[in-house]
Ligand binder design. Sequence first.
Ligand code: EPU
Length: 338
Amino acid sequence: MEIEKDITLKKLNTFGIEAKAAFFAEISSTEDFLSLIKTDVYKNNPRLVIGGGSNLLFTKDFEGIVIKNGLHGIDAVHQNEGHVWIEAKAGENWHKFVLWCVEYGYAGLENLSLIPGCVGAAPMQNIGAYGVEIKDVCEKVYALDMETGKETIFSNTDCKFGYRESIFKHSHKNKYLITSVVFKLSKKPNFNTSYGAIEQELSAMGVKELSIKAISQAVINIRSSKLPDPAVKGNAGSFFKNPEVSKEKHDELKKHFEKLVSYPIDNGGYKLAAGWLIEQCGLKGKCIGEACVHDKQALVLVNLGNAKGKDVYALSEEVLQTVKAKFGVTLEREVNIY
Ligand code: EPU
């Protein structure tokens, strides 16, 4: 493992934003990391661990060391009649890992097909789509303390999962390097087609007999039709979270905006579709420089080619303020800003 200096991060973030890192190292084993933490560059600089770089926005150069998690390997570590426990190393590409599980008939991740990024980032933000979240299938997370290199194992409960939330985004932020994640998957599938769009797509595909392969393909089709491919148009998926509001606020909004898209949640309040709120503000297709609100899904901001991180940020600020002024609802960014 070598420590490089002054490298461009453009190909290391799915937004495709140009920014530099003062130092960069890719680790391909735990031993690499244990050697890295003994170096002066590591000890004396801010650190940022990245996987696929799919949830990041660089607004300036990173004056520290960027560490790319390049740990690879997928293993069935345990099984019984109904379940199999699969350990995937943090640097594995998420979608390839999901396809691997689908191919072997291990159910539980098929609704999470085609999400960009790596396995290690999945528990950090409790990735979710089409009615499933990582918290539903994550058994444990292996991580190394970034100061001492000591291994810690986090159970599902320890991770404190919430909507796009975990302990790794709060009290444990930048404190642990996730090395692998163990998933408890089912040999006998429990299909989740509760999300309306999946049912519609399965029927458009002419699927007669439900399978995890068919669900995975339906999700791939839906995502491809709405969400821009980062390899073609830089983006970081949903830029904002769907905001949660009280029942009172929801009812008041509903009086003024009959078509408000909302879902009841456990605490008695409602989650609002931020994409709908942004679209109603007339912001679809709005650009600052080469940073734009995606024309097919307003929750996604895209880089047309040479957008500056600062332009993407300014656009997100304009979206936040416009939505606040029209609906009195404050959006929260999902993407990590550096
Ligand atoms: N909508 C609009 N206009 C838009 C976008 C959405 O009216 O421009 C409406 C849709 O018509 C629909 C509702 O908003 O009624 C929800 O839209 P969609 O199904 O596309 O899902 P979302 O709430 O916008 C969330 C996740 C996605 C995930 C999908 C599917 C968040 C922040 N985003 O988006 O996750 O794929 O549901 O489960 O929760 C991500 O986190 O990066 C991500 C892509």
